[in-house]
Design a protein around this ligand. Sequence first.
Ligand code: UDP
Ligand code: G6P
Length: 567
Amino acid sequence: MVEKWGDDYICLGPYFPQRAAAEYEPITEPDETEIGQTVRKMRQMGYAVEYGYWLITGRPRIVLFHLESVTPQLNQIKHDLWERHQLSTLGVEDLVNQVIAFGEAARVFIKLLADDHARRVDLVAHFHEWMASTGLPDLRRENVKVATVFTTHATMLGRYLAQNEEGFYGKLPFFDWLREARHYNIETQATIERLAAQQAHVFTTVSDVTARECEVFLGRNPDLVLPNGLNIMRFTAVHEFQNLHVKYKAKIHEFVMGHFFQTYSFDLEKTLYFFTSGRFEFSNKGYDLTLEALARLNWRMREANMDTTVVMFMVTKQPYHSINPEVLHSRALLEEIQETCEAIEQQVGERLFQAAASNSDITMPDLNSFVDEYWRLRLRRTIQSWKTKQLPRFVTHDLVQEDAMTHFIRQAKLVNNEFDRVKIVYHPDFIASTNPLFGLDYGQFVRGCHLGVFPSYYEPWGYTPLECVVRGIPTVTSDQSGFGDFIMQIMRDYENRGIYVVNRRTQSFNEAADQLANILFRFVRMSQRDRIAQRNRVESIAEVFDWTNLRSYYDTAHDLALKRRKP
Ligand code: UDP
Ligand code: G6P
């Protein structure tokens, strides 16, 4: 966008000091651009407004509003929203108040900018999500000279209903949006979304999958579908990505040794790392299907007497007290073992060198004799205190309470018995480099794995499989996810390229679980050579999802909005 619009491109957002500290750099010098002048005008009107650069690729200029400076007017704004648009905001949660404050600040800013008579270019305002959009209806009502685009990245009602209503897609055409919105206590949110969708010059969403919901819940078919991309420059380490896989896999090996080898061991050369990740929407994200398929995979691998081990990481966010102390302790002891080994290695090395240099005899000396009793004892003791008979825990943290994941894992008996070929590590927190268990950030963790598993039931787009693809990691997605649906439309040989699409549209849960188990079973029998070649094929798709290519969808939306405002 910055490439196309230069200084005429501006992002608007709410100001949160903690976030801003890391990602925002203020512009301090006087700025005579139209945007700089508009910021000044708003400040004169009494709004607290930040203005600077957003420190992401492209360094777009950004205006951030202090929401508190709008709060005194909140009741009046709500009154107007009710009177003009029948938007009821009685008894809403504080988040909605913030949303309304932000929407108002954005509306004022856009109106000032549009009313500037010296304007050189026509103005387009692109609103993402209901949370940005409470000001949109008034911009239309007042006939402000701005072309508006609204993009919904999901529907509020879709998220709730898909999670709670059995057979959601079958019932979809028959839902009464208002009744459901009231039932789930999201009438205000759903109404804002609906108003924005109906009033924008151009209404868009991120996938055909979500477009199907829009007519029912928002009362308007999207004009366009704008698929999601990534800034591929940031991800692609050309030719290096295979090496990075090995590098980060070694870090995951360390975790796995610390976690499992305390009780029993398996061959890490014959171990595959699968993972899934995302918010805790148990059935929407297909965690249920994934676990069911893993149970079937486990059984099949045992039947086939395979010596391969699959370690499955379930990465999501659930309330917990702390990382489980035993898990941490085991990890720490393994590190001590490693340090002891290194000390022994050094001692043996030095003494071997001395012996070799001083010895005329060229036979190899007994290396054991080079190790001090102290180090032998220390190694033996540490290993002894580390080993246990307890099964490796399938959840790494002390959860505040048991949840659907732990229930399903227990019920499917995927509890990390030695004979299980599929092991489970449920990590109820997002992965960050500060986390002592892996010491990897999320992107590095993805690279170290072999397969991402995301057979979602409800997924407007789904970045997680795409993030695998751009790192050269094969992935499972579903035809109910925007990404999976898009891949099926644009590519014929996606499966050969390492993108597996589970059919959740026409298959039952049971059939889909079988299909997924088949996919996984085929994957675990691939040779290393085939895996390497497949990673190359996956990675070669990345380009398709570069914003440089996908920006054109946005350009089309903006052009259409301008045309509609001024035919
Ligand atoms: N994610 C992350 N750390 C994690 C797990 C997930 O940062 O440990 C991010 C992931 O990179 C992705 C996002 O969470 O960008 C999830 O987005 P997605 O589109 O898959 O699902 P949504 O959140 O929209 O339901
Ligand atoms: C990359 C490396 C190879 C390594 C392979 C392991 O391709 O370049 O040297 O052997 O990864 O692949 P695997 O699928 O077994 O983790």
